[in-house]
Design a protein around this ligand. Structure first.
Ligand SMILES: *Cc1c(COP(=O)(O)O)cnc(C)c1O
Length: 390
């Protein structure tokens, strides 16, 4: 009964969402803080003032939301943790000021950035040539590639897990392909500079896309938003799931020049006319209108992250400099899986990966200070590596 293509699918494995035991969840890079109170009251208000809202189809084009997203990006420069407070308002740090205002026709919204990525794969990546992507990146990219039967060209990282920009370009030229990467990257937590993305854009094969997934950029990366004015083949994917505390609402977006946004809209209208429901649109608009709140939570997470990095390093954990809301760390000879099991049994979920080359690492989402203190206690009391294996 099943099609061949279904039998070939290898679905994505997300961080577990346990139903039985109240674990401290540091495994899915969710935000430990609730959404802005303005989001909660906007949803309540929608349902009380407009009881018919759930009965009617939402705006298929999320027009008000897209306008709100554009305004939020212009007013923050696209990196929340780096904004500066001035006269009670936040303004972009000087290096993040956008040379050209982002407009609503440069925004596409979807049911989580995962769906936006799916549409992007469909719209821009051919089946007759591979997509170029770095090794050890967001594991949904290979899943979509297999779903759409697009071949992959995986480019190894450098020794220190940094991206190999010349090798990525080399691969793109050899196969005349587009490039996709996450910046900052998951699960390594490392970012590349805007100048490095510029190098990719300046040297990629003509007519090919460079897609940059900025899911974590609000926690300290360099956003490529300022490059949109110059490059009409750059597409940036972002999400409300991490820095905006709305993973449960499923809202993500792409930012690019209007002709690329139109292509995504065509895919959407051929698949699901209404990917963003009325409550999600309401929540997203309210979130964009309270950037001050999210600046505060992003800055708090960065502080907690930096303190936890110091703790990890001081106790022998080799930890990458993170530009995200998670840490990627290892302590030989500990095995990732063994550490994960030990910590889980103490009531805290983290993530480890079975992938060869990173199997001894763990990925820890930054929670509240008190959650991180509990994890710190676990790690301080961890048995020796040979005892853990028993
Ligand atoms: C979390 C994450 C996403 C998915 O975000 P959703 O908007 O929740 O679908 C996309 N890309 C990367 C790199 C992520 O880590």
């Amino acid at each position: 009964m099943l099609t061949q293509r279904l039998q070939n699918l290898q679905p994505y494995t997300p961080g577990e969402q346990p139903k039985d035991r109240p674990y401290i969840k540091l495994n899915a890079n969710e935000n430990p803080y609730p959404p802005s109170p303005q989001v909660t009251s906007a949803i309540n208000k929608l349902l009380t003032d407009n009881p018919m809202a759930p009965a009617l189809y939402p705006d298929p084009d999320s027009t008000v939301l897209r306008t709100a997203v554009a305004r939020m990006l212009n007013s923050t420069g696209g990196v929340l943790c780096r904004t500066i407070e001035k006269d009670g308002k936040c303004i972009p740090a000087s290096q993040d000021i956008l040379p050209q205002q982002i407009t609503a026709d440069m925004i596409f919204t979807g049911n989580g950035s995962d769906e936006v990525l799916s549409f992007l794969f469909y719209a821009f990546f051919e089946q007759d040539r591979p997509i170029v992507l770095p090794q050890f990146t967001y594991s949904f990219y290979p899943v979509y590639a297999s779903y759409y039967r697009i071949p992959l060209c995986t480019v190894p990282l450098l020794q220190d897990m940094q991206l190999n920009i010349p090798a990525l370009l080399d691969a793109a030229h050899r196969t005349h392909s587009s490039i996709i990467l996450a910046n900052p990257n998951a699960p390594t937590a490392l970012g590349i500079t805007r100048q490095q993305v510029r190098t990719l854009l300046n040297n990629c094969p003509p007519g090919q896309i460079v897609a940059v997934d900025e899911a974590y950029v609000d926690f300290g990366g360099e956003s490529c938003l300022p490059l949109l004015a110059e490059y009409d083949n750059l597409i940036i994917i972002r999400t409300f799931s991490k820095s905006f505390s709305l993973a449960g609402m499923r809202l993500g977006y792409a930012v690019a020049q209007p002709h690329l946004i139109q292509a995504l809209t065509t895919v959407k209208n051929s698949f699901n006319h209404f990917p963003c429901d009325v409550i999600a649109q309401t929540a997203g608009i309210a979130a964009c209108n309270d950037t001050a709140y999210y600046v505060q939570t992003a800055k708090r997470i960065v502080l907690t992250r930096n303190n936890f990095t110091t703790f990890l390093r001081s106790s022998g954990w080799q930890t990458f400099d993170s530009q995200t809301n998670f840490l990627f760390t290892c302590k030989p000879p500990y095995k990732g899986h063994a550490v994960y099991e030990y910590i889980k049994q103490k009531g805290i979920l983290i993530r480890h990966f079975a992938t060869d080359g990173i199997e001894n690492y763990i990925r820890i989402t930054i929670g509240t200070d008190s959650q991180m203190e509990q994890l710190q206690d676990c790690l301080k009391n961890i048995p020796s590596a040979d005892q853990l294996l028993l």
